[in-house]
Design a protein around this ligand. Structure first.
Ligand SMILES: *Cc1c(COP(=O)(O)O)cnc(C)c1O
Length: 372
């Protein structure tokens, strides 16, 4: 079986873990080391490790202090947590469609749908690619709208020489086991706008001023705002620290795999049998998070069946949120590209431990399918 994903296991973690005396709480040595590493990397004023990217998005939502009728702009073709975090605070969700070439939001669509009520724009760099983040960031600043980048697919990936995650007021990372860098479950909030730092510390610490207590600035800690238990635990951040340290090695392996898929399958794109994303790698670095292509829905069904029969864990992706059972009752959005792409998309296995022989086998089975 070639599964869709095998999470990376850093060797050093196993050795280190035996020596650790106390790794069961929050805010220990490895949480600090990882947060410092990320702050430096992102040139950010503050990074908070969280139990998940979902948690980091929920902190963002609480930071916005949303009032009735406040609107959030977000893509329809994305992970449920992106919408849930803001729906939990009763925001009005404005789902926009993605464009076909890269499955990202377009600047013009964002500009045209923003109103005086728009509180935040959530950009998800799908498959690690960014369409027009520079323009979007300028637009958000000019109109006093908070920009949030969900960088779950785009860790350590540059756009025009600048890291994705540094454009937004707030950015989130995911360290879920399916992501390039992981610790089973985990995430991070990157704070670029310093007006959010103090409040984010409080929200992530169960709504208390415990961060001041830790610094011995207050004698007891109090409930001072809404909040929850959003912090990562120390076992996970220990694992994470060693994964982050291996990042270059992981990225190199993933890039080789990505390029080999691309080189081997692009003739099918030329023959219009599959549709590969159309990226501009001169501007946007390859995050290597995902290798996907589109095929007609009927073809997708039989191709997935074919690959799964040969024990290849190829899979689909997001079901559009605008027509989800939970949301469609509340409002009507019909995001056409999101809906069609969702029926056409296939993701192939890509992970550090995927062997060249296994990858060749995957490619061979895809070509065999189209030769039939
Ligand atoms: C994986 C993912 C999330 C959620 O990450 P968790 O860490 O599992 O909460 C959010 N947004 C996007 C775009 C994702 O891919």
């Amino acid at each position: 079986m070639i599964p869709f994903n095998i999470p990376y296991k850093p060797k050093e973690f196993i050795n280190e873990f035996k020596k650790i005396k106390n790794c069961f709480g929050n805010d220990g040595k490895y949480t600090k080391l990882s947060e410092d590493f990320l702050s430096k990397k992102y040139n950010s004023k503050k990074v908070i490790l969280t139990h998940s990217c979902t948690g980091a998005l929920e902190i963002c939502s609480l930071l916005l202090n949303l009032q009735k009728d406040d609107e959030i702009i977000l893509p329809s073709f994305t992970f449920v947590s992106v919408a849930n975090a803001f729906a939990l605070r009763n925001a009005k969700l404005k789902f926009l469609d993605v464009e076909k070439n890269t499955l990202n939001l377009k600047y013009d669509d964002i500009k045209n749908s923003a109103t005086k009520k728009t509180k935040a724009i959530i950009i998800v760099h799908y498959a690690g690619y960014s369409e027009e983040i520079d323009k979007i960031s300028k637009f958000a600043k000019k109109n006093n709208i908070t920009l949030i980048e969900d960088c779950a697919h785009s860790i350590f990936t540059k756009f025009n020489g600048k890291l994705l995650g540094t454009f937004g007021d707030l950015s989130t990372l995911s360290f879920h086991e399916t992501k390039n860098i992981h610790c089973g479950t985990g995430g991070a909030l990157i704070i670029n706008n310093k007006k959010y730092i103090e409040k984010a510390e409080i929200i992530s610490n169960k709504g208390t001023d415990r961060h001041l207590f830790n610094k011995k600035k207050v004698l007891k800690y109090n409930w001072v705002n809404l909040g929850s238990s959003y912090k990562i635990n120390e076992i996970n951040s220990t694992f994470l620290y060693y994964c982050i340290k291996d990042f270059k090695k992981i990225k190199k392996a993933r890039l080789n795999l990505w390029n080999f898929y691309y080189q081997s399958l692009k003739f099918l794109d030329r023959k219009n049998l599959i549709y590969l994303p159309k990226y501009n790698f001169k501007r946007n670095e390859n995050s290597t998070h995902m290798f996907y292509f589109l095929v007609k829905p009927k073809v997708r069904k039989s191709l997935l069946k074919h690959l799964n029969k040969y024990k290849i864990g190829a899979t689909f992706h997001y079901l559009p949120l605008c027509i989800s059972p939970f949301y469609r009752k509340k409002n009507r959005f019909y995001n056409k590209v999101s809906i069609t792409s969702s029926k056409e998309l296939i993701r192939l296995p890509i992970y550090y431990d995927l062997k060249k022989e296994e990858q060749k086998y995957v490619i061979e089975k895809i070509i065999e399918f189209f030769n039939k």
